[in-house]
Design a protein around this ligand. Structure first.
Ligand SMILES: N[C@@H](CCC(=O)N[C@@H](CS)C(=O)NCC(=O)O)C(=O)O
Length: 223
């Protein structure tokens, strides 16, 4: 059985969990906080980053959400997530990179640092300027999602793909941390509600970060 080393608010672990669930791959959850992980975790990934997927019986270790998703895309036929022709697959990969890299750097990471790490680890107050800037940049990303879903059925085209799950994973962490305001983003909000109501999303919505409760609307699939 696979073991997924992760923590509840890691967006890359969320993206991996969504892909594994959509593909019907089972795993046990192992909590690993990069700032407080044990030797077992560092032995598996000396870089100290989540997610890590490990099969102790087969002595296999996969590291990095995209590497993990691509591995299962190549080895499990069920529910293709990087699908279509070469051009369509390139568009899916472009958008996955946009959300994994840009949305994370602009929005998710600053929110995680200010609202999660400062509260739980550093025991200092969040910086209001950094939070304002993250929320302003979130609006710009939501505007782009408005445009994408206004022009396509799903983010990367006609089919649901890994791009939708990569984006929703980042947004769900930002939403947990109170950084998402849907005002003026009805199209993006409608798309997110659909993704949020998929069975693969449910376990993420019920999981909480100890000492950091989510806002009330967070787990409600209608809001
Ligand atoms: N490109 C990696 C990014 C992984 C990543 O940055 N994980 C964060 C947690 S969300 C982490 O472990 N940070 C700890 C660190 O950078 O030291 C992926 O897609 O898995």
């Amino acid at each position: 059985m696979w073991q997924l080393f992760q923590f509840p608010l890691c967006p890359f672990s969320r993206k991996t969990r969504l892909a594994l669930s959509e593909k019907g791959v089972g795993y046990d959850l192992e909590h690993a906080y990069p700032w407080d992980a044990g030797d077992d975790f560092y032995a598996l990934n000396p870089a100290g980053r989540t997610p890590v997927l490990h099969d102790p019986a087969k002595r296999l270790t996969l590291i990095d959400s995209q590497a993990i998703c691509e591995y299962f895309e190549e080895t499990v036929d069920k529910t293709p997530l990087i699908l279509g022709n070469a051009l369509q697959r390139a568009e899916i990969r472009r958008l996955v990179a946009l959300f994994d890299q840009n949305f994370f750097a602009d929005v998710t990471h600053p929110l995680m640092h200010e609202k999660m790490k400062k509260r739980l680890v550093l025991r200092t107050s969040p910086d209001s300027g950094t939070l304002r800037s993250a929320m302003r940049l979130a609006h710009e990303h939501l505007e782009y999602i408005d445009w994408l879903v206004g022009n396509r059925r799903w983010l990367a085209g006609a089919q649901l793909s890994l791009a939708d799950f990569a984006a929703a994973a980042q947004i769900s962490v930002a939403d947990y941390l109170g950084g998402i305001d849907w005002t003026g983003h009805e199209e993006a909000h409608g798309w997110y509600r659909v993704i949020k109501s998929r069975p693969s999303f449910r376990p993420l919505l019920t999981e909480k970060m100890e000492g950091l409760p989510p806002p009330r609307h967070y787990a409600d699939v209608n809001s």
